[in-house]
Each structure stands twice: as C-alpha cells, then as structure tokens.
Design a protein around this ligand. Structure first.
Ligand SMILES: [Fe+2]
Length: 174
C-alpha cells in the first residue's frame, strides 16, 4: 500500500493507546523511517515547514522541515518528544538552565532512519547537518500548543514566553 501521512498519523494515534505508548509509538516511527523514500516523495517541496497533523491531551504530531544556514532559537517543550528523521540531519544542541544562563550538555542528530528521544526537561536549539533541509516527524507525548513554555533569546539568553512570533523573530543565520 502506498505511504500516506494520514495513515502514519492514525497508526501513531493507535500506538498511543498502548500500555507503553512511548515504546509503541517508537516502533511505528522506526518502521516508517526505515524506508525514507516514500515519505520524501509524499512531502511537498514547497508549502509550510512545520505542519501540525494532530493534537489532543496526550499527543501532538508534527512534520518539521528545517533549513540549512538557519539556527532555531533555544526552546523547551515540557514534553517528551520522539524525533524520527527521514531526510538530511536535524541537529539538536541540548542545554539545561544554569546560574549563568543555558549550559550546553550534548549535541544529537536525527538522520534519515533515526528515531531519537528528547526528555521532558530538554531545551534545544536546532540546526541542520550538511547543505540540505532536514525532514522529520515529531511526536510529543502531550498537548504541545496548550502548554506555557519558554524560548531563549539568542543574544541575551533571557527566557521569554514561547510564541510563534518570537520563535520566528529569534531565528538566526548560522
Ligand atoms: Fe523543539
């Protein structure tokens, strides 16, 4: 059967009802990105970079494209997130809050075929690896748009309440 994002979303929603939702969702995502070509073929090259497919109290499902030479400002989700890469590489630099501002912990990259997990308290900036855009499915284990969460100003490090306007305004060239 031909791949469709609608089917993937309904498979993820079904997996989220399992006793171990995270493991079941990971299994669905791992199977989906094991063969990235149909996902790439189903992704329009133009149009929105970040598409919300589904959200309820337990789950938020997005498709995210990030562009080379652009740094996404540090932000938190306050939810565990599974990131399933299917093109390029989505690189997260992970931070924690420290007395002098954000402290870098480690850097992880979700490449095509990878499913990585960021913890509830993760704070990350996002860049891409190599010269091509990255594509990934992001599954948050809760209602992402309903939560109060912070963005961090790239110049001052100050925490500000997340809004799409501030998020766009804080993107920087790499
Ligand atoms: Fe994020």
């Amino acid at each position: 059967m031909a791949f469709s994002f609608d089917t993937l979303v309904s498979d993820i929603r079904q997996a989220a009802k399992a006793p171990d939702a995270e493991a079941a969702i990971r299994e669905v995502l791992t199977a989906a990105v094991a063969d990235p070509a149909p996902l790439i073929a189903a992704t329009p090259e133009d149009g929105e970079d970040e598409i919300l497919y589904f959200e309820d109290e337990t789950l938020s499902i997005w498709r995210c494209r990030f562009h080379p030479h652009e740094a996404i400002p540090a932000h938190e989700h306050k939810l565990k997130v599974l990131i399933a890469g299917y093109a390029g590489g989505e690189t997260s630099a992970l931070y924690r809050r420290g007395p002098g501002g954000l402290e870098h912990i480690e850097t992880v990259t979700a490449r095509a075929g990878d499913v990585i997990t960021l913890d509830r308290d993760a704070i990350h900036t996002v860049t891409t690896e190599g010269g091509a855009p990255s594509l990934a499915i992001h599954v948050y284990l809760g209602p992402l748009t309903a939560l109060q969460r912070d963005l961090f100003d790239p110049e001052t490090g100050a925490a500000v309440a997340f809004s799409m306007e501030s998020f766009e305004a804080m993107k920087r060239p790499v």
